[in-house]
Design a binder for this molecule. Sequence first.
Ligand SMILES: CC(C)(COP(=O)(O)OP(=O)(O)OC[C@H]1O[C@@H](n2cnc3c(N)ncnc32)[C@H](O)[C@@H]1OP(=O)(O)O)[C@@H](O)C(=O)NCCC(=O)NCCS
Length: 189
Amino acid sequence: MLRSKFFSWNEKEIIVTVQKIKSDKIYFYINFLKEFWMYQDNKNNEIKFEIMNNSNEDLSFLLEVRNHPTTREQLENNQVFSLEQCKEWYFSLKTPWYIIYYNNIKVGYFRRNLDEIGCDIHPKYRNLGIAKKVYLKYLKNVNFASLWVFDDNFAKKIYEKVGFKEVEEFKIIRDRKYVKMIYNSENNE
Ligand SMILES: CC(C)(COP(=O)(O)OP(=O)(O)OC[C@H]1O[C@@H](n2cnc3c(N)ncnc32)[C@H](O)[C@@H]1OP(=O)(O)O)[C@@H](O)C(=O)NCCC(=O)NCCS
């Protein structure tokens, strides 16, 4: 027991107090770093879309993402494409696709066929919040969009978070349920 004129603490209380001060400090630093990172993220991490060119550079990047097994398993058509096939196919598209840049680095592509959209992110840049930001940015400027997703793909949760709702239409592909989702700005005001 420690005693002074004004205080009378036992050792246990002192240890608890010291531990609390320490953990408050750690908590403060963690929060400071978190806020600093978020500030950096809001200030510096910029998402840009640029129309994909029919160039070897853009289409090779598209294929690097598109032909990756982890991407193909989540797509309706899981075929591997060659650069020649890709060029021919891209030339026939009615709506251009976009390359997604994150801080000026190519990180993925945004697919679009009229109202139907989707995006695939390069495996190196996944789980950084990029797809979610891409959808939020795109949906700010449109009233309607639709997409297809495998029912067991975690990406379905991202779509729900940004305002897509599952509709009744579905297909069975490779023994998995492939569902349609719709975004309507009127339902998300
Ligand atoms: C689906 C895909 C586009 C998501 O892109 P991404 O940039 O990695 O996704 P984000 O980082 O924006 O993730 C957003 C949310 O999903 C969660 N998430 C990301 N990767 C995850 C994973 N592998 N498992 C579970 N949740 C995951 C994140 O934690 C985040 O959740 P939060 O909003 O609660 O923080 C990307 O993983 C991809 O290209 N996958 C392969 C192809 C594919 O599935 N395409 C879509 C077909 S419909």
